[in-house]
Design a protein around this ligand. Structure first.
Ligand code: NDP
Length: 245
């Protein structure tokens, strides 16, 4: 029987690439999305057209009860949940002194609480299965800090800490828990940045080019594989040398 993976925020960008790669390597993939039903369904169609298995599932990851229902739906439908990738993320950038409470709350809720919601609800079935893999998408700025992104940076530094603590709690159950911290990856999230910001950023990347969504999904594929069975509690940086931790 094929393994089952949930990828949150898989309708676009990095999540889409992760979903396609996992399906290609034999996973049945649940393509979670928030608003982009057509895009999520297109990812599912692409997977099915290549002979894979997938379905889309709408759920706002910040809503605990909805996440609980989604995980239950997956385990009831497929019998197991072998891999989750907490990829859903948003930005609401503003300087500290201008940041609205709602901007802070939304980013922390989606990026950090969303990952907690998924991890806590998936832990029980994974413990029952005696194994599983949990991967969360962090960010380079969680290590570097970034002006104008206090909410986002706090959420991503939170992901790194959450990853270490959960890794320690679940290691004895055969579950590995890791994070991937992308640098600058070309996607909808970075397309909106002003050209000047992009040029400045490029100047800080030793490999002298932006990353692609595939750079991240290949790392997910590695961490999800048996080749990474001895890796847990880590944040793997994929950033062209922009940050060397
Ligand atoms: P995109 O903006 O391209 O895609 C974001 C995805 O998250 C979409 O699928 C979106 O769904 C989904 N999403 C947003 N809010 C929710 C929610 N409340 N519940 C469920 N899904 C939601 O982003 P990227 O692909 O660039 O980023 C993916 C991850 O990588 C994020 O966690 C981001 O912080 C991180 N990252 C990205 C970097 C980059 O350079 N691009 C750098 C470092 C980290 P929908 O389409 O339905 O709105």
């Amino acid at each position: 029987m094929s393994k089952t993976a949930l990828v949150t925020g898989a309708s676009r960008g990095i999540g889409r690439s992760i979903a396609l790669k996992l399906a290609e390597s034999g996973y049945t993939v649940v393509v979670n999305y928030s608003g982009s039903k057509d895009k999520a369904d297109a990812v599912v169609s692409e997977i099915k057209a290549s002979g894979g298995q997938a379905e889309s599932y709408q759920c706002h990851v910040q809503n605990f009860d909805d996440v609980k229902e989604m995980i239950k739906y997956i385990t009831d439908s497929y019998g197991s949940i072998d891999l989750v990738v907490n990829n859903a993320g948003v930005t609401k950038d503003n300087l500290l002194m201008r940041m609205k409470e709602a901007e802070w709350d939304q980013v922390i809720d989606v990026n950090l609480k969303g990952a907690f919601n998924v991890i806590q609800n998936v832990a029980r079935p994974m413990i029952r299965q005696k194994g599983g893999k949990i991967i969360s998408v962090s960010s380079i700025v969680g290590s570097l800090g970034n002006p104008g992104q206090t909410n986002y940076v706090a959420s991503k530094a939170g992901i790194d800490g959450l990853t270490k603590s959960v890794a320690r709690e679940l290691a004895a159950k055969g579950i590995t828990v890791n994070a991937i911290a992308p640098g600058f990856i070309e996607s909808d999230m970075t397309d909106v940045l002003p050209e000047k910001v992009k040029t400045d950023m490029l100047g800080q990347i030793p490999l002298n080019h932006f990353g692609s969504v595939d750079d991240i999904s290949e790392t997910v594929l590695f961490l999800a594989s048996d080749k990474a069975n001895y890796i847990t509690g880590q944040t793997i940086h994929v950033n062209g040398g922009m940050y060397m931790g």
